[in-house]
Every structure is written in structure tokens, then in C-alpha cells.
Write a protein that binds this ligand. Structure first.
Ligand code: LMR
Length: 357
């Protein structure tokens, strides 16, 4: 784990102004005509110093999240005429899961898009509602939840912790991969399966008789390759972009859980931005969010096709009857109770997704 850099006020919106003040102060002291001119041009150069937004994430640049982060960079820089520069750091180049949230709180980076379950540590267990298996029948149902009152209310819970939630980005439904066939619930028994840091996902795997193991995504390939892990769950996009299908022999298209993100920023940084810049960035983010959410489902289908055509592992799609058995073994209501997710929230989600409670 890299040491976290100190909070860097120079990186934020205030830095150009501070630098200019300091420069002008020293210029006054030596104010000969030529030096004054020089000082003016130096201060003008500083006045154009862009506001830097460091955007860190843990997946590769060619995933839907990676592409959306780059599109945000493009639109933000274009629409602010270069007054903002966005530096995107993909694939845990800067920080892994938990570290990146600490870095955001310290102001060492300004923007992230972590999986919702990773926000439970700052916003409370309810964020893990998105990890509950078989809660969302399809993408549209998930979108109804995050685009409605539930989505708004959850993001507000981050604010007392100095984090502002700006948008929800999709990934999609998760599949299981392993080094043996996963045809039925009993096949999980004894397997060491990687999950994201989430109490709900730990309980989900225990309920299946597996031994869950939490690790950052960037470490999963090596752990599967060396046999430290037997399997994992993720979306086809994440499986293929991390090359996990190359070190697994079986994949089950279980579509049992949903993976989605919140785009979050350091609130102090965001609030101090000049209002015109903030509005422009929010407009850019709205457009990028629409783009991200419009490609996610098709990109997962494409990723699954790529995995199939690689011929590296055998793929199993459970029947409706088999899936009904998985659903019984992974009852979301009982898992929610074990993980401290409010039953009212689970009910509200079920209503919004129109699954009978
Ligand atoms: C994971 O840890 O598997 C995912 O949350 C990674 C991601 O950001 O999609």
C-alpha cells in the first residue's frame, strides 16, 4: 500500500489565487518598472493555472467506468476552456479500494467512482442494499431505484463525512467464475471466493457454504492464478478486463447481484469551486452519466461474448428452475437483516422494482 500523500491545498481550486497573492506580494517589494512588468506576466501565467481534478479508479481504461472517466476529462476540459484539467488514474494506479476513499477524504484526490458497496464504510450499511442478491430483476429496475428518492437520499448521507455524491454510473449484473463447475448451490461448498469489501457479500458467500475473501480487484488475477483463491464474482466487463477468465475454468451466468458506482467528490473542494466552473462540470457529468448508463448493458453482453469466444473456460447458464433454488438459498430479506440494512429500505426497493415483498 502506498503512503497517502498529505492533503494538498495547492491542488485544489484555491491554489492559483494563493500563488498569485504570494507573487504579487513579493513583486511589490521589488517594484522597479521592468520587474513589475515581469511580475505581471508571471501573475497572468499563474492566473491561467488550471484547477486540477485527480480522478482515481480501480478498473482499466477500456471498461465502461474507465471510458466514462476519460469522457468526463474531455468534456470538462473542453467546456471550461482549459480552466479545469482532469487527470484520470485508472486500474488502481494511485490507490486501491479503501485507500482511495481515504485519499478523497484527505483531499489527495478530488474525484472517484467506487462501487456502491464500498461506500458503506462512510455512508452506512444501507449502501450494501445494492449487494443483495436477486433484488433487481433488470437494469431498468435498478435505475428506477437510484434515479428516485432512494438514490438521492443515500447520496446525501455521505455529506457529513465530507463527500458529495454527484451521480450513479452502471456496470451491471455479476457472474461467478471458479476453478470448478458451479452448477448448483452445493458446488460452492469449501471454495475460497473473492468478494468486494461488503458484509452482505461475505454473508452471501457464507450462505452458499463458500469461504469468502475480501481483496482489492487488482490483486485477484494473481490470487486466482496461484490458487490462493478458487473463484470470484464480478461483471463480465470486469472479468475480461482483468483477464480473470484466463485463470478460471468455469463461469456461471448467474446474474445474481448488481454492481454499480457513485461518482463522488471531496465536498470542500467542490463547494469552493467558482460557481460557473461547478455548473459547467455538473453539466459535463450529466452528459457523461447518460453516456455511461447507455452503454453498460451492451458492453457487458459484448464482454461475455468475448469470454465465450476466447474458449478459455466453459460457460454455464442456469435454468429458471435452478435459479429459483439460488434465490431460496440467498433470500435478500434475511441477508439484509444479517447485514444491518434497514428492512424499510429493502421494502422500498422492492416496491420501486415492483417485486412483491
Ligand atoms: C470490484 O472491486 O470488483 C469492483 O468494485 C471494481 C469496480 O470498480 O468495478
Amino acid at each position: 500500500m502506498k503512503p497517502l500523500p498529505q492533503a494538498t491545498p495547492d491542488r485544489g481550486a484555491r491554489s492559483p489565487r494563493r500563488a498569485i497573492t504570494a507573487l504579487l506580494g513579493s513583486c511589490m517589494l521589488v517594484a522597479g518598472q521592468g520587474i513589475a512588468t515581469l511580475c505581471m506576466s508571471v501573475s497572468q501565467a499563474y492566473a491561467q493555472t488550471p484547477i486540477v481534478i485527480q480522478f482515481s479508479h480501480v478498473v482499466t481504461a477500456d471498461t465502461v467506468k474507465g471510458r466514462a472517466a476519460l469522457k468526463f476529462k474531455e468534456l470538462a476540459e473542453q467546456r471550461t476552456n482549459g480552466r479545469v484539467r482532469v487527470e484520470v488514474y485508472p486500474n488502481s494506479q494511485l490507490y486501491k479500494d479503501r485507500e482511495e476513499l481515504d485519499a478523497l477524504s484527505l483531499g489527495a484526490v478530488q474525484m472517484l467512482a467506487p462501487a456502491l458497496s464500498k461506500l458503506a464504510g462512510v455512508g452506512g450499511s444501507d449502501f450494501e442494499a445494492f449487494d443483495l442478491p436477486f433484488l433487481f430483476p433488470d437494469h431498468a429496475a435498478y435505475r428506477r431505484v437510484v434515479d428516485g428518492a432512494i438514490g438521492v437520499e443515500l447520496l446525501l448521507r455521505l455529506e457529513p463525512k465530507g463527500i458529495k455524491g454527484l451521480a450513479y454510473w452502471d456496470n451491471g449484473f455479476k457472474v461467478f467464475t471458479a476453478n470448478r463447475p458451479l452448477l448448483a448451490v452445493r458446488d460452492f461448498r469449501g471454495l475460497r471466493i473473492r468478494v468486494q469489501a461488503s458484509r452482505t457479500l461475505l454473508k452471501q458467500m457464507q450462505q452458499l457454504g463458500a469461504e469468502p475473501s475480501i481483496s482489492p480487484l487488482i490483486n485477484v488475477f494473481e490470487a486466482l492464478r496461484t490458487g490462493k483463491l478458487d473463484g470470484e464474482e464480478n461483471t463480465p466487463i470486469n472479468v475480461v478486463s482483468q483477464r480473470l477468465h484466463e485463470v478460471q475454468s468455469h463461469l456461471t451466468v448467474s446474474n445474481h447481484g448488481y454492481l454499480a458506482y457513485a461518482v463522488i467528490v471531496n465536498k470542500a473542494f467542490w463547494d469552493k469551486l467558482p460557481a460557473d466552473i461547478r455548473n459547467t462540470l455538473e453539466g459535463a457529468l450529466r452528459d457523461v452519466t447518460a453516456f455511461e448508463n447507455s452503454i453498460a448493458e451492451a458492453e457487458n453482453t459484448r464482454a461475455l461474448e468475448r469470454i465465450k469466444s476466447s474458449g478459455k473456460l466453459s460457460i454455464y447458464t442456469p435454468s429458471a428452475q435452478e435459479l429459483a433454488q439460488w434465490r431460496t438459498a440467498l433470500d435478500p430479506v434475511s441477508l439484509a437483516a444479517q447485514s444491518g440494512i434497514r428492512p424499510e429500505l429493502v421494502k422500498a426497493i422492492q416496491v420501486a422494482t415492483r417485486v412483491p415483498p
